[in-house]
Design a protein around this ligand. Sequence first.
Ligand code: FES
Ligand SMILES: [Fe+2]
Length: 387
Amino acid sequence: MTALEQPPVTAPRVGSAGSASAGSLVPTLPGHWYTDPAIFEAEQERIVEAGWVCVALSADLAEPGAYRTVQVGRESVVVVRGRDRAVRAFFNVCRHRGARLCVEPEGKVRNKLQCPYHAWTYDLAGKLIAAPNLTQMPDVDRIGYGLVPVAVREWIGYVWVCVAPEPPSFEEEVMGAVVTRLGDVESIDHYGIEGLALGRRISYDVAANWKLVVENFMECYHCATIHPELTEVLPEFADGYAAQYYVGHGAEFGEQVRGFTVDGSAGHTRIPGIAEDQDRRYYAITIRPGVFVNLVPDHVIVHRMTPVAADRTLVECDWLFLPEVVRSGVDLDRSVELFHRVNAQDFAACERTQPAMSSRVYAHGGALVPSEHHIAEFHHWVQARLA
Ligand code: FES
Ligand SMILES: [Fe+2]
C-alpha cells in the first residue's frame, strides 16, 4: 500500500540469479515462492505457527463466554473470554477423539464448551468438567485431559495468540516492530488503541500470495500510479520514496488537506493522547507476518491477514475511532472510503501480479528498485525461517 515503514537496510542478494543484477536493481524471490504449495506449507509451519498472530479485536470478545474460532496456520484455535474476564485460547481439538469443539466462527456460551460428538465438556479455563460416565472413571486426570492451551496476549485492544510450544518473546517480535518503525512503544500508546471503538470492518478475499500483500504494503513506488486519492492527502507519497527512510517519520498531510478522508475534508475528533508532532501525519507499521497498523490523528486502521493458500489471502480491516464518535452515529463514510479504496487498489494490483508468478519468464523473479530495496530484507527474513 503505502508506507516505506522500514528503516534503510543494505538489501541482501536473495533469490536465484536472474536478470536483475547488483546496483540499482536487486532480485526478488523467484516466482515459485508465490505458488508452490510446499513452500506455502513450510511458511504456515515455520512462520505463522511459530510466531504471534493477531486473531481478534478484544471487543469482539467483550462478554464472558464470548468465543471466536480462528485459523492459525494449519491449526484451529478457540479464543474465549472467561468468567474472570481473562481471554484464553485453546487448540480446537476435543481431547476424547479429536472432534472439532467449536465449528461456528463466533458465538457465546454460558460457562462451558461442550463437544458435539460425545459431550465431553470443558470449563472456560479448559478443564474437563463433565463427560458421560466420567464418575465411573475416577482415574481420568481432568486437567491432563483438559483442552490444550495456546499462548495468548491482549495488546492494543487485540487478542494475539501463538500456537508454538515455546512462543518467541512478544516484546521482541510484536512490540519490537513498533519500536523499529516509530522509535519507541510510547508513540503507539499515544493513540490509546485499546480504548477506541470499531467504526467499520471490511473483509477482503484476495487472490494473491500473502507475501505479495506484505510487499505491496512496504513500498510506495506504486502510490502515484494507483492511489490518486491517497497521494492527494499525502503528497509526499507521490514521489515513491515518501521520505520515510528513517525511524519515526510520518507522512505529512497536504497543506490544503483538513483530514484523512477520501476528499481531504475534515475528519472526526482527534485522539486526545497523540503528540503534537503526530498531528496531521500518517504512520504505518508492519508487524510480521500479517498485521498492518495505520495511525492518523482521528482514527486507526488495522489490517489482519490470514494466508489460506499459496494464491489466496483473507484480509480483515478494522477502522477504529473514539467511542464517542462511533456512538454519535456520525457518518464515517468519507474516512472509511479513503483506505477502502486504497485496499481495493492494492489488492487489485496484487491479484494482477499473482498469475505471473507461475510464468516461465518470472521463474527467476523480478527486480526491486532502490525505493523497494528494503523488501529484500523481508525476503531474507522469510528465507531464513524456511532454511
Ligand atoms: S470427540 Fe469430543 S466427546 Fe468424543
Ligand atoms: Fe498501496
